[in-house]
Design a protein around this ligand. Structure first.
Ligand code: SF4
Length: 357
């Protein structure tokens, strides 16, 4: 038998950091990088068990479920390398203009029936300006927000004026989805038609309008562990309330179609590291979980996730909501049926611009 050396210093350092977070403290950049670099399976399981404790301590056993409705699909002017909806890539992804009120009402009704915490209106375009389209978007948000317990969210791209953010808030929007995608350093490899700064600036307008922020990124695009660590710290500095972690599902016809997948244990470790850095935020596992984690997807909660994107993603299929609800039940977790008002989060103030590279 080949026994493997277990370094008790690693075990002790993970425990120290886990206890510090449980006690309400924070870990620094060097500590976090140490966690991201852990390689041995026994150490990764150690890390997961602390991340699970931290989730239970700060978030309890309620799991938030979010779903999305694609309000405008395809033919996007941006060139994001991971995205099937960019007009720069030949992917065969569907294209249609801004949706009528009926599909939005149906999505809200279904979400209420399934106990989904939030429904997000998502549009494939560069961003939103003042004008007739903003009026239409606000009408749909009004419909969504009056639908019941389900929270009205939206992800509508880059915003360049405070007025637009204020109008969305007035229409009843509670939370805006706007991912940083990756670190400031890696971002230019994901997109060149807009910048990381455009994204940070958008988040500034949204926060000023009093909206909650759903911002995370995509892992497995070829970025380093350091990039993932920087992303988590940038989100901490920006005061993101919900942090979606997507795992790249390489789509044929996009520049990232041949990027090799991350190993499931690397994905789980990344989720756990995010929980250490962002103990009070909702960490949501979004696109790419089924294809990348396969049989291990239920372990995302042991790794510290507290929210799940359910229903189909924008351009790829997910497992059924019924299967997800059964998975939670089998794990002894409950979907959060209550209206979510974010009072379980105490976040730092938003600095002018995130300083993390
Ligand atoms: S990620 Fe958004 S902005 Fe980028 S190409 Fe896709 S739809 Fe357009």
């Amino acid at each position: 038998m080949n026994a493997r050396f277990v370094d008790m210093n690693v075990h002790a350092r993970i425990s120290d950091l886990g206890q510090r977070v449980l006690d309400g403290g924070q870990i620094c950049r060097d500590d976090a990088q140490f966690l991201f670099e852990i390689e041995q399976s026994a150490d990764i399981f150690d890390l997961l068990s602390w991340a699970n404790r931290i989730r239970e301590h700060f978030k309890g056993n309620k799991i938030h479920l979010c779903s999305i409705v694609n309000a405008k699909a395809g033919a996007c002017s941006e060139n994001c390398s991971f995205c099937a909806q960019s007009s720069f890539h030949q992917t065969g992804s569907p294209k249609y203009g801004f949706v009528d009120p009926e599909p939005v009402a149906e999505a809200a009704e279904e979400a209420n029936r399934n106990g989904v915490t939030a429904v997000g209106l998502v549009a494939a375009w560069k961003g939103l300006k003042e004008g007739p389209m903003l009026d239409e978007v606000c009408d749909r948000i009004r419909d969504l927000s009056q639908g019941g317990k389900t929270r009205a969210d939206a992800s509508l791209g880059i915003i360049k004026s405070q007025k637009v953010a204020d109008r969305l808030k007035e229409a009843g929007l509670e939370c805006y989805g706007h991912n940083l995608e990756s670190s400031r350093r890696f971002f230019p490899q994901t997109c060149s038609t807009h910048s990381y700064e455009d994204r940070v600036e958008t988040i500034g307008y949204l926060k000023k309008a009093g909206l909650k922020i759903c911002s995370g990124g995509i892992i497995g695009m070829g970025e380093t562990r350091e990039d993932r660590c920087d992303l988590a710290f940038a989100l901490r500095e920006l005061g993101a309330n919900v942090v979606p972690i997507n795992i790249l599902n390489p789509i044929k016809g996009t520049p990232f179609e041949a990027v090799p997948p991350l190993a499931p244990m690397e994905i789980l470790k990344t989720i756990a590291c995010f929980r250490f850095i962002l103990p009070r935020q909702e960490i949501m596992i979004a696109g790419g979980r089924t294809v990348n984690l396969r049989d291990m997807q239920s372990m995302v909660f042991a790794a510290g996730a507290s929210a799940l994107m359910v229903g189909n993603y924008l351009t790829t299929l997910n497992q059924t909501v019924e299967k997800d609800l059964q998975m939670l039940k089998d794990l002894g977790l409950d979907p959060n049926w209550d209206k979510h008002d974010f009072t379980d989060q105490i976040l730092e103030e938003f600095p002018a611009v995130a300083k993390t590279s």
